[in-house]
Structure formats: structure tokens, C-alpha cells
Design a protein around this ligand. Structure first.
Ligand code: TGC
Length: 403
């Protein structure tokens, strides 16, 4: 697929980027084209996660790239977004990997961890030698983390975790799981309320996945995100020391802070999948002849192409605006909801329109479009469904919570 430069040229969004940002984008585009695209259709078909690419992502600097120190690249929010866009232009599964590792697991440790925890985990995760997962969602549903039933009980000088998590990316490959659990006894050793603001506060724990009682089982039968891994986790009497507790997070604002980071990456990433679908439709529009001329010479096809192009450019501009706000420390959760809802919804619509231009061939894996459409159904659902983000925006507009 080579239409990206043509799409990029119309608006020259490049002019809004710094040299450093353009370099990150080119690096990610080359990685996607050279290391992911040649194998992705086969991996998707075989439901195979190519674990050996993880250290390569680390060497490129993409893992936790927006974090500073501990082997992380310390890049800006826009640079990180552009990398998400280019990786998701290849496949949502690989952008998801970078999100789970960098925006969720590494962010949790970087933001809420002790110095010792950061030293222990972050350099290996940045290099891609260690993998992390983020265990928040539970089998009864992901939209309401406040209904969490996984518990952490005080046991001597440590904790015992019991519960279940579902749809946890990378869990069966991970070395460490960031597990969110409700503490049953919030009082500290001296009887003070040391472990949470009020009883049953949600706290985060860094659980080495080799700990007895921790089991991660990949979920089979997925028709989406087939080149990546999502798991059920069982926690059965998992005993960890006090040093596993993330000291800086108490309450749901802890995991939600990490979700904000991952949702921000999706705002950009989904536009990569959308661009890839538009490229496919463009390529086909000039090459395929029906009724004696290229289908792209028909007004109806051009209208579809123009509408798709509009939404890609608008989506990238919105992502860029949010990125600049984030770099100023001014990005709000409601603004992220606007971006996540818009990018994924429009990317799905673009995938469907592109499929119609590709006609019958569009349902085959000769083109990436059905794969993107299938993947985007997952992206639409995780990190807050469309409906959750509509309600966040509705609350922002009205001041009334409809949850
Ligand atoms: P509420 O329960 O009242 O508030 C709890 C606390 O959280 C704070 N908060 C946020 N903080 C930062 N960023 C945000 N986006 C936040 N949203 C809420 C809130 O201020 C409060 O703080 P405090 O200090 O007062 O205790 O929650 P709410 O009414 O504000 O929010 C309700 C709702 C529905 C918006 C929220 O529950 C929500 O966002 N639900 C969707 C959760 C979600 O996205 N789940 C999917 C997770 S995806 C996943 O886990 C898979 S990871 C990918 C992989 O592994 O592959």
C-alpha cells in the first residue's frame, strides 16, 4: 500500500509537526511496513502473536516512549500518538500491545510505583525483555470497574488476592500483572487507615505472573484481534509481599488515570486503521475497471472517497489538538472521550465504506479492510464503549450523571 504519501500531501499535516515528531512517525511507519505487514495476514489467520517482535519494538524506543527515565524515550504526546497511528495502520493488535505495555502497565508503575518498583520493572519493560499486563476488567463486565469483586486481604506482612479478571491483554505472556483489587481491611499495622481512603479502597498490586495461584488462559474463538492475545485470569490465594502494593494509587482514579493514557493512544491509532482502509479503497478505485472505466471515475465512488478522506483528516487534526493539549498538561478526561468516540466510530464507518468499494474482494485477506473492521469492533468496545464515552460527554455538557 503506497497511497499514504498522497493522502498526507493534500493537507500537509506534516507542516504542523516538529522534525523529531516526523522522525518518530517515519520510524514507526518503516517498522510497520517491514516487520508487521509482511506477516500480519498469516498471523491473523493463524491467531498467532509474534512474541519475537517485542524486543524489536523495545529497541525502536516505542515501549513506554512517552515516559521519562528508566530506559524510556521521554518523547512527547504527539510523537507517541503518531507511533500509535502508524502501528495501527498495520494492525490494531500491535498498537494494542504498545498501549497495554506502555500506557497501562508501565504508566501504572511509573506514576504510582515506588522507586524500587520502577527500578525493578521499567527498564526491562522498556527494552521489551519483560512484558506487563493490566488486570482491571472482570468477567461481569468492563464498563463499571466500581463493581469490582477481586479482593486483597491483609495476611501477616503481605496480601492475599482472590478473584477473576477477563479480556486482559498479554496476560499469558506477561512477566508482571498490574492487578487492581479491593482491599478488605484498609487498616494499617498500627490500626491507622493506611491502605485506602475509607474501607474497601481499590489498590494496585504488582504480581509476578509466576506467583502460585496466578493463572492466565488465552480466550479462544476471537474473530477480532486475532494476532494478539487476550486472557482470562484467575487469582486463587495469590500471596504477595507488601512491596507489591503500588503506593501512589488509592481509589479508582488510579486505574482510570492509566485508561486515560491508553484511550489517548487509541484516538491516534484508530485513524491509522482508517487511513489504511482509505488507501486500499483509493488503490482499487484507480485500478479496477467496471463499465469500461475505473470505478474511481464514478461520482458515487468519489463521494465515498471524499467523505472517508474528510473523516481521516478531521480525526488526525482532532488527535493533534488533543496531543498539544496533553503536552501542555491541559487535556481532560472528557476531551479524551470525544477523541476516542470519534476516532473509532469514524474508522469503523471508513472500513465499511472501503469494503463496499473493494466489492467481493474486500471480504478476502488480499486486502486489510475486513481485518481492520473486525479489529475495530474490539477497539470500539475496550477502554470505554461508545456508550460510556457518550455518557461522559453528556455529563460534561449537562452537569448531570446518567450512569
Ligand atoms: P466513579 O466511580 O464515580 O469515580 C471513581 C473515581 O475515578 C475518577 N475518575 C477518573 N479519574 C481519571 N480519569 C478518568 N477518566 C476518570 N473517570 C473517573 C473519579 O473522579 C473518581 O475519583 P475519586 O478520587 O473521587 O474517587 O466513576 P465515574 O462516575 O466518574 O465514572 C463512571 C464511568 C462509567 C465513566 C467509568 O466507570 C468508566 O470510565 N467506565 C469505563 C471503564 C472502562 O473503560 N473499562 C474498560 C477497560 S479496558 C481494559 O481493562 C482492558 S485493557 C486493554 C487490554 O488489556 O487489552
Amino acid at each position: 500500500m503506497t497511497a499514504a504519501p498522497r493522502i498526507d500531501a493534500v493537507f500537509d499535516l506534516d507542516a504542523l509537526l516538529t522534525d523529531d515528531e516526523r522522525d518518530w512517525q517515519q520510524l514507526a511507519r518503516a517498522f510497520a511496513q517491514e516487520r508487521i505487514l509482511p506477516v500480519i495476514e498469516a498471523d491473523f489467520e493463524a491467531a498467532h502473536f509474534r512474541r519475537e517482535l517485542v524486543p524489536e519494538l523495545g529497541a525502536a524506543g516505542f515501549l513506554g516512549m512517552h515516559l521519562s527515565g528508566y530506559g524510556c524515550a521521554g518523547a512527547g504526546a504527539v510523537a507517541y500518538g503518531l507511533v500509535c497511528l502508524e502501528l495501527e495502520a498495520a494492525d490494531s493488535g500491535w498498537r494494542t500491545f504498545v498501549s497495554v505495555q506502555g500506557s497501562l502497565a508501565m504508566s501504572a508503575i511509573h506514576t504510582y510505583g515506588s522507586e524500587e518498583q520502577k527500578q525493578r520493572w521499567l527498564p526491562g519493560m522498556a527494552a521489551g525483555d519483560l512484558i506487563g499486563c493490566f488486570a482491571l476488567t472482570e468477567p461481569q463486565g468492563g464498563s463499571d470497574p466500581a463493581a469490582m469483586t477481586t479482593v486483597a486481604r491483609r495476611d501477616g506482612d503481605g496480601w492475599v488476592l482472590d478473584g477473576a479478571k477477563r479480556w486482559i491483554g498479554l496476560a499469558s505472556l506477561a512477566d508482571v500483572a498490574v492487578v487492581w483489587a479491593r482491599v478488605e481491611d484498609a487498616s494499617g499495622p498500627d490500626g491507622s487507615n493506611a491502605y485506602g481512603a475509607g474501607a474497601r479502597a481499590v489498590r494496585g498490586f504488582l504480581v509476578p505472573t509466576s506467583t502460585p495461584g496466578f493463572t492466565a488462559t488465552p480466550i479462544d474463538g476471537k474473530l477480532s484481534m486475532r494476532a494478539s492475545v487476550q486472557c482470562d485470569i484467575e487469582l486463587a490465594g495469590v500471596r504477595v509481599g507488601d512491596d507489591a502494593l503500588l503506593p501512589g494509587a488509592s481509589g479508582l482514579s488510579g486505574p482510570f488515570g492509566c485508561l486515560n493514557e491508553a484511550r489517548y493512544g487509541i484516538v491516534w491509532g484508530a485513524m491509522g486503521a482508517a487511513r489504511s482502509c482509505l488507501e486500499a479503497a483509493l488503490e482499487r478505485s484507480v485500478a479496477r475497471e467496471v463499465f469500461g472505466r475505473p470505478i474511481g471515475a464514478n461520482q458515487l465512488t468519489q463521494a465515498k472517497l471524499a467523505d472517508m478522506f474528510l473523516e481521516v483528516e478531521k480525526g488526525v487534526l482532532l488527535a493533534l489538538h488533543l496531543g498539544r493539549l496533553k503536552e501542555r498538561g491541559a487535556l481532560t478526561a472528557a476531551q479524551i472521550s470525544v477523541g476516542k468516540l470519534n476516532s473509532v466510530r469514524e474508522a469503523l464507518e471508513i472500513a465499511h465504506q472501503s469494503r463496499s468499494i473493494l466489492a467481493g474482494d474486500g471480504i478476502t485477506n488480499a486486502w486489510p479492510v475486513m481485518r481492520h473492521a473486525a479489529n475495530l469492533e474490539s477497539v470500539r468496545t475496550y477502554e470505554g464503549t461508545d456508550e460510556i464515552h457518550q455518557l461522559v460527554i453528556g455529563r460534561e455538557l449537562t452537569g448531570l450523571s446518567a450512569f
